[in-house]
Design a protein around this ligand. Structure first.
Ligand code: PGA
Length: 250
């Protein structure tokens, strides 16, 4: 009833030529992955256009990794949601922990970015997740709940229907430490419960992705859990073969 999604977050990796090669590899191998899985790649802004061209007609969607809070104007260095949409992106990652941590993004910032995304027809992949200290203090449920309440609860029902959630424990990102399938399911089920308290039965249709050192060797077990609807993949998305192998985990 809800979509399975495997999305690659390339972060600040690949030069244009490498990105196009990676996209070609993903596009080539995509047919080996079930059509029941949506495959998304999120390259750096600099080569989104080339990547879109490379995957055209190959059933691979493209997203950006962020967008500006403002619509247009004197905001040096920013890239607007409208610009991203004009390139042909369907998705935009918002609230990634690296943005929250290194660039001070708050719920206030993210409410604006979410609004911009919807204004220009982009679907947000909204990231939540606790850091190690919060996990060790047993505050992971509370942290995720707050990140959802402060942003996702402000959406209309229609906007929510076009939103993907990614649960990414900060302690598992790029560390090689993965949440166990049980830990992932526990918090995904909780996140769905939080969503249900606001959006009712619509929460059943929302895809909740797991992210954090997800790789071919652990994807199948994690994706087998009822409330895990796919993955947001960092490191392993930089090799077409590994990324596609994760897609095949469904
Ligand atoms: P990772 O990153 O797979 O390299 O841990 C995931 C992410 O940050 O989206």
């Amino acid at each position: 009833m809800r979509k399975n999604i495997v999305a690659g977050n390339w972060k600040m990796n690949t030069l244009p030529k490498e990105g196009v090669e990676l996209a070609n590899g993903v596009a080539e191998g995509r047919k080996e992955v079930c059509d029941c899985v949506e495959i998304i790649v999120c390259p750096p802004y600099t080569h989104i256009a080339q990547v879109i061209e490379a995957v055209e007609g190959k059933n691979v969607k493209v997203g950006a990794q962020d967008c500006a809070t403002e619509v247009k104007g004197a905001y040096t260095g920013e890239v607007s949601a409208e610009m991203i949409a004009a390139l042909g992106c369907e998705y935009v990652i918002l609230g990634h922990s690296e943005r929250r941590q290194y660039y001070g993004e708050t719920s206030e910032t993210l409410n604006k970015k979410m609004a911009r995304a919807f204004e220009f027809g982009l679907k947000p992949i909204y990231c939540v997740g606790e850091n190690l200290e919060e996990r060790e203090a047993g505050r992971h449920f509370e942290v995720c709940k707050q990140q959802i309440e402060e942003v996702v609860f402000n959406l209309t029902e229609e906007q929510f229907a076009n939103t993907v959630i990614a649960y990414e424990p900060v302690w598992a990102i790029g560390t090689g430490k993965t949440a166990t399938a049980g830990q992932a399911e526990e918090i995904h089920a909780y996140i769905r419960e939080v969503l249900r308290s606001k959006f009712g039965a619509k929460a059943e249709e929302c895809s909740i992705l797991y992210g954090g050192s997800c790789k071919p060797s652990n994807a199948q077990e994690i994706f087998s859990k009822p409330n895990v609807d796919g993955g947001l993949i960092g490191g392993a998305a930089l090799k077409a073969e590994d990324f596609l192998a994760i897609g095949k985990a469904f």
